[in-house]
Design a protein around this ligand. Structure first.
Ligand SMILES: [Zn+2]
Length: 375
């Protein structure tokens, strides 16, 4: 499908609340004299709509743009760290890559700072999950990306609308489906393919490099999928149940045969009511599940109460968009994130994470990696 040409809106200070006059001037200067966009063909292949079927890149004429003048590395901006990690694995040291959403923050309510507008102002490609996860950041990208830059949203292209999942934290009445597709590695593989397609379209000179990184990454994600299946096999069938605070695992659960017995966080990120807490305690007791799970990003006294009252163990360190370790650590990758989650679930639910031992969570290319992850 050809995405209709959509103009990137001119810079609007209204979208950057709190920006000072000096910062505004700096931004305007940067936009005027900064790195030229990869394309000056006058079109923007925006793929930002939630319903658009494919991420069509901009124009074919763009394709030599990186070659003119001095070498220009493709500048790629991504939102949450699992997506940054997938882009990092494919783009390796041939792209300039920067994450926007700091690790350990609530990505669902994150409001980008004015400095993000500046970062976006000379980017070639902006990658987001979509499905309403990062609306303020996508709006900022629409307002500040240079002409010719592309916005790629992944989740709305990885699954069809009929496959959207609604649940307690993401109720159908509000129309925003559960956006956490990436917690299933085969979905992450689809994300990786979509990212690869854009990197190749924007920077064909490095296609061989991107192709071989994608091939290696796909193999690694398939291996991760198989290893997770093997680990799940070791968990007693009656314990394959998840009660989580932050509702990140419905797609994971579908794939690996877990039953989601509940999620605790209401759609407005407040705490559940006393009635809901009482119901959850009953549910946990009835299910006989040995452990319930919190999230690093959302410490919750409510979950502690539910655990205490129901007799289940409270495990508080699942993560959905906060990579383990720090930048440059071998576990600080998408693969490291899901291997850690599976290991935590297995040991709490009576399984054995042995199949994941020795699994290589490191980057698929030879480092060091230039990717930037805000902390
Ligand atoms: Zn989340």
């Amino acid at each position: 499908m050809r995405i209709p040409t959509e103009m990137v809106k001119p810079f609007s200070s209204a979208l950057i609340p709190g920006m000072t006059g000096a910062a505004l001037l700096a931004l305007l200067l940067a936009m005027a004299f900064g790195c030229a966009p990869a394309s000056d063909q006058g079109t923007t292949g925006s793929a930002t709509g939630q319903d658009q079927g494919t991420a069509e890149s901009s124009t074919a004429q763009d394709q030599g743009a990186l070659g003119d003048g001095e070498p220009h590395q493709l500048k790629v901006i991504a939102t949450v760290s699992p997506i940054t990690s997938l882009a990092e694995n494919i783009g390796g040291d041939r792209i300039s890559l920067e994450g926007v959403v700091p690790e350990g923050t609530n990505s669902h309510t994150y409001e980008p700072t004015p400095s993000v507008a500046l970062t976006l102002s000379d980017a070639d490609l902006f990658i987001a999950n979509g499905l309403f996860l990062e609306e303020p950041t996508i709006e900022l990208a629409e307002a500040n990306l240079p002409e010719g830059a592309v916005i790629l949203t992944l989740a709305d292209k990885a699954i069809a609308r009929e496959e959207w999942v609604f649940d307690f934290s993401f109720p159908e009445s509000e129309g925003h489906p559960n956006p956490h597709l990436w917690t299933a590695p085969l979905m992450a593989k689809k994300y990786a393919q979509l990212i690869h397609e854009q990197l190749v379209a924007r920077d064909p000179q490095n296609q061989d490099y991107y192709d071989s990184n994608l091939e290696e990454l796909e193999a690694r994600l398939e291996e991760l999928d198989r290893k997770i299946e093997e680990v799940v096999e070791t968990i007693p069938a009656e314990n394959r149940k998840l009660l989580t605070y932050h509702d990140s695992f419905p797609i994971f659960a579908q794939r690996y045969g877990f039953e989601i017995i509940g999620a605790i966080q209401p759609s407005d990120f407040s705490e559940p009511s006393a009635r809901e807490v009482a119901d959850l305690i009953e549910q946990v007791k009835e299910s006989g599940v040995p452990a319930i799970f919190g999230s690093e990003v959302f410490p919750s006294p409510v979950l502690e109460t539910i655990a205490r009252e129901s007799g289940a163990e409270y495990v508080d360190d699942l993560r959905d968009d906060d990579l383990p370790g720090g930048p440059q650590d071998p576990e600080h990758t998408y693969m490291g994130l899901m291997a850690a989650n599976m290991t935590i679930m297995a040991s709490a639910l009576g399984g054995d994470a042995g199949p994941l031992e020795g699994f290589d969570t490191g980057l698929v290319f030879e480092g060091p990696s230039p990717a930037k992850y805000p902390q």
